[in-house]
Design a binder for this molecule. Structure first.
Ligand code: PEP
Length: 248
């Protein structure tokens, strides 16, 4: 039985004042059996950690380097994320891929560095609108995932999360239908099963892409949708809590 997971990706939003308000709002009356996680911007991680102390809500960061230390100006090491108490790190978000040019190989290197340092990667994969319209959704997703699985090798695949995020649904208000989401999630699970059935059974696959308070329940009711990666709606405490509640 996979515990649902709801993760909020705050992206580059917030201030020390709004972070306090948002965390206070999330913690007040949060009712869910799902694991709940937020990804604040780096500079607010310590503040978020302090505000979350004593709660069950976890935190992580939105990206990390594949390097551990040294002359990499502007980068953040997995060791630093671990040091501050992060459990999970988001990697391969479509904004990292499209704006900063991260390749499948870059994402795979980050995946390995995270696992080797005791962190759980939340690996984002998903097709663009052009790829969906060209009928290549499954092959795109397979290539993104298989590059990571191949590079990591079986010993690094004990604890990670996949977020299927159709790029055309991120921040656009367009959401995959529950059927579209389930079709790709089931395929991703099949790809995992080709490697290892028990990994396929235990690995959580989140849906991301304009998941909101009013569509979360039907998306998460799909057999292979194990929770959500939430962007815009994670910045509104009341909406985020509705989504957490819908998850279980
Ligand atoms: C995201 O950025 O991962 C995301 C899913 O954003 P939104 O919910 O705003 O579409």
């Amino acid at each position: 039985m996979r515990q649902p997971l709801v993760a909020g990706n705050w992206k580059m939003n917030g201030s020390s004042g709004s972070v306090r308000e948002l965390i206070d709002g999330i913690l007040s009356g949060l009712e869910t059996k799902a694991e709940v996680l937020v990804f604040p911007p780096y500079l607010y991680v310590q503040q978020v950690r302090d505000l979350l102390q004593g709660s069950l809500v976890k935190f992580g960061v939105q990206n990390a380097s594949d390097k551990l230390s040294g002359a990499y100006t502007g980068e953040v090491s997995p060791l630093m994320a671990k040091d501050l108490g992060c459990e999970y790190v988001l990697i391969g978000h479509s904004e990292r891929r499209s704006i900063y040019g991260e390749t499948d190989a870059d994402v795979a290197a980050k995946f390995c560095a995270l696992v080797d340092n005791g962190l759980g990667p939340v690996l984002c994969i998903g097709e663009t609108l052009q790829e969906r319209e060209a009928g290549t959704t499954m092959s795109v997703v397979a290539e993104q995932l298989n590059t990571v699985l191949r590079t990591a090798g079986p010993e690094r695949l004990a604890n990670f999360v996949i977020a299927y995020e159709p790029v055309w649904a991120i921040g656009t208000g367009l959401t995959a239908t529950p059927g579209q989401a389930q079709e790709v999630h089931a395929y991703i699970r099949e790809l995992l099963a080709e490697n290892d059935q028990s990994m396929a059974d235990r690995t959580r696959i989140l849906y991301g892409g304009s998941m909101k308070a009013d569509n979360a329940a039907e998306l998460m009711a799909q057999a292979d949708v194990d929770g959500g990666l939430i962007g815009g709606a994670s910045l509104v405490a009341a909406d985020f809590k509705v989504i957490c509640h819908a998850a279980g």
